[in-house]
Design a protein around this ligand. Structure first.
Ligand code: HEM
Length: 163
């Protein structure tokens, strides 16, 4: 009889132990998943600095921060372009672009005088592309893109007509 009681107690302790271990594992796993989302709002790490692997949304507010000739982002048709390195090469002069740094230049770009820019001008945009408004992009990607763009020399600085 005593042996049966002992076996019963042992089994109970064993199952209690298994349930505790498995339960703790599941809790730890779910906590870990909550703390490491694949996309977040570019929050800061424990050092207070921005974690370069965490994605941030390209917002109007973010674009507005890049509003100088040495750091010039412009929105054209919901695409965001980093244009600092192109300013001095622009046939219409740097000043026409600088006033739109940090802003949406779609209407100005599309209307350029009466006629709008040539297809050549449109094709130039690709090399200055940062991302789409609303797109998630990591700080690391932004830095890499900006560095790459700064190293670029305009492909062709000559006036080209559409026809
Ligand atoms: C708000 C933005 C912009 C404004 C207001 C603007 C304005 C102008 C103006 C007034 C001209 C005519 C220059 C002349 O007749 O002497 C021009 C020409 C030109 N612009 Fe812009 N521009 C803008 C952005 C850009 C961008 C982002 C690019 C390319 C990345 C670009 C590429 C060109 C090119 C290639 C020409 C020569 C004509 C053509 O091919 O259409 N522009 N621009």
């Amino acid at each position: 009889m005593k042996i049966k009681i002992l076996i019963g107690i042992s089994l109970f302790i064993f199952f209690a132990f298994v349930v505790t271990v498995v339960g703790s594992g599941l809790v730890i796993k779910s906590l870990h998943q909550n703390q490491t989302p694949s996309i977040n709002n570019g929050s800061t790490n424990t050092n207070g600095s921005k974690n370069s692997n965490q994605a941030s949304k390209i917002t109007l507010q973010e674009v507005a921060k890049h509003n100088t000739s040495s750091d010039c982002w412009m929105i054209i048709s919901n695409g965001v372009y980093s244009l600092s390195s192109y300013l001095s090469a622009h046939p219409g002069g740097a000043s026409t672009i600088i006033s739109y740094c940090g802003q949406d230049g779609t209407i100005a770009f599309d209307s350029k005088g009466n006629s709008g820019h040539s297809s050549f001008a449109h094709s130039l945009l690709a090399q200055y592309f940062v991302g789409q408004i609303g797109q998630f992009i990591t700080t690391q990607q932004i830095n890499q893109t900006t560095q790459k763009i700064q190293q670029q020399v305009p492909v062709n600085n000559q006036w080209q007509e559409d026809d």
